[in-house]
Ligand binder design. Structure first.
Ligand SMILES: Cc1cc2nc3c(=O)[nH]c(=O)nc-3n(C[C@H](O)[C@H](O)[C@H](O)COP(=O)(O)OP(=O)(O)OC[C@H]3O[C@@H](n4cnc5c(N)ncnc54)[C@H](O)[C@@H]3O)c2cc1C
Length: 104
């Protein structure tokens, strides 16, 4: 059997799955190859604000919001032997965020 694709994407992590979805929506024939069986073991703790516009573009932000994950409005770092914590609020970051929160 002969398969023909416009694009072959190797890896179905966030980058590969996003570009595959966007290209497929534009009418391209996409084959996505992922070596792991999902859901796979993956360490991660929360979303950075730069993810929000991407999730909105994919049309899944409201679905994720409906699940009810804890909202996260920023982050606090304690760095090395520095005694003072360093706070970052998402609405003060330079990214093109459209929400002032992400999810834990
Ligand atoms: C310890 C740790 C903690 C993190 N915590 C966070 C966090 O809290 N929040 C956050 O936003 N980001 C976090 N990140 C970053 C985030 O995981 C990455 O930015 C993101 O996964 C990158 O996505 P990607 O699609 O480029 O690559 P990946 O997620 O690495 O996806 C690549 C995919 O390609 C597959 N693959 C590789 N080789 C092949 C092959 N030959 N054939 C087929 N498939 C293949 C892999 O199995 C994998 O699924 C963390 C990263 C690490 C390492």
């Amino acid at each position: 059997m002969e398969n023909r694709f416009d694009v072959i994407v190797i890896g179905g992590g966030p980058a590969g799955s996003m570009i595959s979805t966007l290209l497929q929506r534009k009418g391209w024939e996409v084959a996505l190859f992922e070596k792991e069986q999902f859901p796979r073991y993956h360490i991660g703790e929360s979303l950075v604000p730069g993810c929000v516009p991407i999730l909105q573009k994919l049309g899944v932000f409201k679905d994720i919001e409906r699940v009810g994950f804890q909202k996260k409005y920023g982050i606090t770092f304690v760095w090395g032997d520095q005694p003072n914590p360093w706070h970052v609020r998402w609405d003060e970051t330079p990214s093109e965020i459209t929400k002032n929160y992400t999810f834990v």
